[in-house]
Design a protein around this ligand. Sequence first.
Ligand SMILES: *Cc1c(COP(=O)(O)O)cnc(C)c1O
Length: 364
Amino acid sequence: MNIGQRPGLELVPAYKQGRAAKVVSQHSYKLSSNENPYEPLASVKAALERELGQINLYPDISAKALIQRLADRFSVSPENIALGAGSVEVASQLIHAVAGPGDEVIFAWRSFEAYPSLVRIAGAVPVEVPLDPEARHDLTMMADAVTSKTRLIFICNPNNPTGTTVSTDELDVFLTKVPANVLVVIDEAYLHFNLDPTTAVGIDFYRRYPNIAVLHTFSKAYGLAGLRLGYAIADPEVIGNLRKVAVPFAVTSLAQAAGIASLDAEHELQERIDQLTKNRSALIEQLKRAGLHVGPSEGNFVWAATGPDTLRISAYLEGAGVTVRAFPGEGMRISVGTPEATAAAVAAIELALAEDDRSAAALM
Ligand SMILES: *Cc1c(COP(=O)(O)O)cnc(C)c1O
């Protein structure tokens, strides 16, 4: 075939989904996509069942009921909110709304893997600013990277995959250096798992700076990854432009119903979030005890700087039915799952490190 492709498409990497876990002796733990390990709430399933009888009809394109609930929840107006099929889609809309060919979009690296491709797909140029030695956003370098072509800056807070955060003070200093016509997007996919009180809170910044957009998702803490629902909170002008570039009807009636049911069940969801942050502390402590270099994390995942050992250790995990996200030569991101998943992951890592000790001893 010789259909050809749009110029520049060769620069777009295909998105890699977190690998499925291999089933080993009856169990498998997929700790590669930061998914919520708990099954959907009964009330959310009931809301979906009620909605099923009407899936012959198009969804409400304005998603009036859900948007009003979110507006009340955050004390903003419905004109401040745009929904999408997952916050990845909303991130894409934000880029398409402000950046075109040749424009620049700045983000930290390593960060969320979707950013580089979303930027390229819009024809814009990704500008990746390395994380500092503590795997945190280097906001000084990011401010220095701003040029007259910069249209948008992503701040991933907490950062995927390193779990580090940007503080209120740091973000304030940063914003004094960023021109007011550059949109700063605070991607808070892991907001609910963040227990660090010094962290910048996106919605507070939005109230103080008109060039801030906040991204939230129902995929992680609220466990609706399979339904695809996320949203932005921003200035009405930005939101109006987002709606223009959105694909119509991308947010299904099922997703809208589940979103409302989840907002009705925030207390119940909070119990799960509390459980997951406890599981996170246990995972970090046990990984450190096993001998891995693990920093603090405010997401539902932890980052282990396994360097050149990454693929060897992840192969051990795979053999034990545990799949993680491995970045060869750098480290691995391990999602926080149930205590059983933690036990399986830690046992496999202990085996991998013991093997390492044995081969080191054999070399001496
Ligand atoms: C998981 C994730 C998202 C969102 O995912 P959706 O399922 O598309 O809502 C957005 N940003 C970051 C940093 C993530 O890790």
